[in-house]
Design a protein around this ligand. Structure first.
Ligand code: FE
Length: 160
């Protein structure tokens, strides 16, 4: 059987743990993400989230589903009684609201998240403060990769 001409190009990352700081897009003084797969065609994205430090990272609501796999360190949600650590898998259902906390520890936290739809950031009163979707993520990557000298179009390899 022949490959369908409409099939998208495959995406392969040989070393998602490659030690190249330019690949990490900072979103706060202690939080950064590394894009793996940015699905503009289907409205979701897969990235590594890295936290170097501790504290409340964000309170947010998910209109769409999330899958998460923790690779390093640990983290938790204030609203739940479990602690994610290396090897933990989490499904976050559409409609869930939670507050991500990283406690003080010896190791940075790295988690792969597959996020569908959007991240809706909330303040303590529940008011929306910001929204991210695959398109804002692509724009953040473009700006960052341009600033570190990789070129804005470096992000294109992660987009389908
Ligand atoms: Fe979440």
């Amino acid at each position: 059987m022949l490959r369908d001409p409409l099939a998208l190009k495959e995406l392969f990352i040989a070393r998602s743990d490659a030690d190249d700081e330019r690949l990490w897009v900072p979103v706060s003084p202690i939080t950064a993400f590394r894009p793996m797969f940015l699905s503009a065609s289907q409205g979701y994205w897969i990235s590594l989230t890295r936290v170097r430090g501790h504290g409340v990272i964000s309170r947010h609501r998910h209109p769409g589903l999330v899958h998460g796999m923790t690779l390093k360190g640990s983290w938790r949600y204030l609203e739940h009684d479990w602690v994610a650590q290396a090897g933990s898998y989490i499904f976050e259902p559409p409609g869930d609201v939670h507050t991500l906390v990283v406690d003080e520890g010896p190791e940075e936290m790295v988690t792969m998240f597959q996020i569908h739809g959007a991240m809706v950031y909330l303040d303590d009163a529940g008011a929306v403060t910001a929204v991210d979707d695959v398109f804002t993520r692509i724009e953040q990557c473009r700006a960052h990769f341009a600033a570190v000298g990789l070129g804005a179009d470096y992000v294109d390899q992660f987009v389908r």
